[in-house]
Design a binder for this molecule. Structure first.
Ligand code: 5RP
Length: 234
């Protein structure tokens, strides 16, 4: 892995935590490789400053990050209102709409984001686009109920997409999400109206959730190649 990318991710993770995380907060903890740097910074600040924060995970991976970091693990039943959710993204457009789900965790990520006062995104320079689909060429991740996947693939084609069933690694067959579902990665090319596309896809029976996060983001941090940082706010 390119070291410049890791430095950029770290820069974004630290900046987001330092600007948004305050004592007594309930935090959403996203998934992916960039979020790891944010969690490391939270752990550091808990130790150094004695911060008390409760962390709500968005996946199996983030549950492990919280537990291994010695942080307090919560859930939506106890903490239905989250102050700040820090998460990664696969692509961010000029209006701060997102493609998420490259790591397969989009359903819980969207539930946590939609119950958060603020969604703060941490990313590296490769994720910064004008239009969704400009740089992220793997398609929009869509979590679907397994029995519906073949008819849904046909319907995605009719909607103008090219769907692929995401396969597992080191196991023959489909990837199974944390919620027991499949993921279709559907390439729609460059997406000029992500809100309308999201609504269309969500109406198809068997679709559980899409990786299009529309109008949810408060702020995005992009770590840069040269070690600097840029941010964009809603
Ligand atoms: C997982 C996600 C991730 O946040 C997204 O894929 C970005 O991951 P990374 O920080 O590793 O680039 O949506 O479902």
């Amino acid at each position: 892995m390119d070291n410049l990318i890791e430095i950029a991710k770290k820069k974004a993770g630290i900046a987001a935590v330092d600007e948004f995380v305050k004592d007594g907060m309930v935090l959403g903890i996203g998934s992916g490789s960039t979020v790891v740097y944010a969690v490391n910074r939270i752990v550091e600040r808990v130790k150094q400053e004695g911060l008390k924060v409760v962390c709500i995970p968005t996946s199996f991976q983030s549950t492990q990050l919280i537990v291994n970091g010695g942080l307090i693990l919560g859930d939506l039943s106890r903490y239905p209102k989250i102050d700040v959710d820090i998460d990664g993204a696969d692509e961010v457009d000029e209006n701060l709409n997102l493609i998420k789900g490259g790591g397969g965790c989009l359903l819980q990520e969207k539930i946590i984001a939609s119950n958060s006062e603020k969604l703060v995104i941490v990313a590296d320079y490769r994720k910064n686009s004008k239009i969704l689909g400009e740089q992220w060429k793997k398609g929009i991740p869509i979590e679907v109920i397994p029995l519906a996947y073949i008819p849904l693939m046909k319907k995605m084609k009719k909607t103008g997409g090219s769907p692929i069933l995401r396969l597992a690694e080191k196991k023959a067959g489909p990837l199974i999400t944390d919620n027991g579902n499949f993921i279709l990665d559907v390439d729609f090319g460059e997406i000029t109206d992500p809100k309308v596309l999201n609504q269309k896809i969500k109406l198809l029976p068997g679709v559980v959730e899409t990786g299009l996060f529309i109008g949810m983001t408060e702020k995005v941090y992009f770590g840069q190649k040269d070690g600097s940082l840029i941010s964009r706010k809603r």
